[in-house]
Design a protein around this ligand. Sequence first.
Ligand code: AMP
Ligand code: MG
Length: 344
Amino acid sequence: MPRVNISVKLDGVLETDVKRWRAICSIGLAFAIPCESLYGEWFSDSQPIMGTNIHVEFWHEDPAAARDALAAVIDEMHRIDELMSPFRESSELSAINRGAGAGPVAVSAELLALLERSAEVSRMTDGAFDITYASAGRFYDYRKGVRPDEAQLTAAVQAIDYRYVQIDREAGTVRFAHPEVYVDLGGIAKGHAVDRGIELLRARGIDQAMIAAGGDSRIIGDRRGQPWTVGVQDPRKSGTMAVLLPLEDTAVSTSGDYERFFERDGVRYHHIIDPSTGDSAREVRSVTILGPEATLTDALSTSVFVLGVRAGLTLIDSLDGIDAIIIDGDGRLHYSRDLLQVEP
Ligand code: AMP
Ligand code: MG
């Protein structure tokens, strides 16, 4: 693919670029030129937050301001985790799950907006994206190899329908129109966190940066005149990239059936659930979505995983500025129309 081949060398080019600046500066040092402020440098941090690895990286000319910006992004990730984690009793999301089946629960504007965004993606994907998947999804434990039995699953699937989540924007409340509904924002919250992090960096004047939360990343600017490189993992060869994408000013999300799964009788049970069955979606192995912001690419990568190759590409080809790369059940690559039209 045209976007793919040139990418391998990019880091080398960057290294050379930085080394050249460093060489110029070390000469400058002899004349007491403040080199750090002359050419800037890359700053980065990685932390385990939201059940995944958060990576922040950007170019900055002022080390003190850069460290401050890194800390602000990491704090923001913790804040969002505390608000939206289904595993924390104290999160707003847990409060909804405990109370919204019985009546309206007050929630913050931020969570309300993400619930509305989720509903929008549900409508757009004909219910492939559905945060009430968790009505059944909560009975799986991928680490322990646990799944619901038939009776449990049949009952739980009755409580899956995004229309059960009723939002009252005026009152700032949410209620469930079915008592057994359970919601989880695992398919969209990391993208939201990445977008929030990027906003924080932008507000500080940073214009060359990348933030990744597991499989959800967003890039602003380029990498000192070259694109950034984002890899799409081979779903069946851990640590091997199936595709390398040179990217600038883009969000990119990958959903894969290799992230959290167990196998039973030759069947793979993984964390992306088809809302119509409460069982894992099995047509494809991974979906990568490219688009302008990570909240949407995150939600769409999960959605297209459920929709499969045909319906998934039909949806993506109907959306302006959104591209997809799908690896199907036989390991074959499928590209959305705009990617196929890129000049080599
Ligand atoms: P991702 O890796 O972004 O595809 O997100 C997977 C996560 O999305 C899972 O761990 C669940 O928390 C959540 N999820 C699974 N199936 C669905 C679905 N059909 N709609 C919305 N969220 C889902
Ligand atoms: Mg996703």
